[in-house]
Design a protein around this ligand. Structure first.
Ligand SMILES: Nc1ncnc2c1ncn2[C@@H]1O[C@H](COP(=O)(O)OP(=O)(O)OP(=O)(O)O)[C@@H](O)[C@H]1O
Ligand SMILES: [Mg+2]
Length: 266
């Protein structure tokens, strides 16, 4: 199938003498052009899974295929927005956004134009010449988002990209992202802790179990139309409730695990 195929993937880390299973038997297919949101309790392995799809780490078991080809490392077909904004501190906002375009050998003038256009898209017109330390946390994250969109990869892997933003900025970037996705047909995997955000953005919402993470259930989200205020649609509340109840048990299990670990070590 075309798209991303995650087949029985597990990931074990070696932490000092012990081996630590973060993911165990993850199975998930993301269709080409699909927008999938991924939710799960803190520590269940969401970022780990995204790293594997990005090719930044290798699974301990199973395999990940993109359009039928096993992932063997990072590639220009995939763009990542990390949970911790990863900007080059010695580059301005503009130069950070241009970075990915340099890798793709986009000519200089075109690079500058696309970078400016995307900084404007995320509400940062006028901040092109600022260095990361001269920007707020939310602004840095927006530079990272602009960089990944300007880079224009087929697959966008986004790890809680809007978590550090105020509610208004978040909503406008959510809308912008949906527009970009509708226009370009990218395949998107988007991690979030926000149930509203997951239901608003995703065509499907994959819910993970507590660690070791597996896919607990995938909820198909269908609205009559995306036009109008989706959040006011009664179906929105129903999906929200369904995802919330699937998550609730897993979050409780994750918290119990943490308490147990704390009592062993304390
Ligand atoms: N390099 C590593 N070495 C050892 N353990 C790791 C490593 N990376 C992640 N882990 C462990 O794997 C588990 C999953 O981590 P991960 O960052 O994927 O969780 P997450 O679902 O993204 O959590 P959050 O929602 O808090 O971001 C955690 O228990 C974490 O401590
Ligand atoms: Mg994470």
């Amino acid at each position: 199938m075309t798209g991303i195929s995650i087949r029985d993937v597990s990931k074990t880390f070696q932490v000092r003498e012990e081996s630590f299973t973060a993911l165990d038997g993850v199975r998930l297919d993301v269709r080409r052009g699909e927008f999938l949101t991924l939710v799960g309790p803190s520590g269940c392995g969401k970022s780990t899974l995204l790293d594997l799809v990005a090719g930044l780490a290798a699974p301990t078991g199973g395999e990940i295929l993109i359009d039928g080809v096993p992932v063997a490392g990072p590639g220009l077909d995939r763009g990542v927005v990390f949970q911790q904004y990863a900007l080059f501190p010695w580059r301005t906002a503009q130069a950070n956004v241009e970075f990915g375009l340099e890798a793709k050998s986009v000519p200089k003038k075109e690079r500058a134009r696309r970078a400016r256009e995307h900084l404007e898209l995320v509400g940062l017109a006028g901040f092109e010449d600022r260095y990361p330390h001269e920007l707020s946390g939310g602004m840095r994250q927006r530079v990272a988002i602009a960089r990944s969109l300007a880079f224009d990869p087929d697959v966008l892997l986004m790890d809680e990209p809007f978590a550090a933003l105020d509610a208004q900025t978040r909503e406008s970037l959510q809308e912008e992202l949906v527009r970009v996705w509708e226009r370009t047909g990218k395949t998107v995997i988007f991690i979030t802790h926000g149930i509203d955000e997951a239901v608003y953005l995703g065509q499907r919402v994959a819910v993970m179990t507590s660690r070791p993470g597996r896919i607990k259930e995938v909820v198909e989200v269908r609205f009559g139309s995306r036009a109008g205020d989706l959040r006011a649609d009664p179906a929105f509340g129903e999906y929200r409730h369904l995802v919330w109840s699937l998550l609730r048990d897993e979050v409780a299990a994750a918290q119990a695990q943490e308490r147990k670990a704390a009592s062993v070590h304390g």
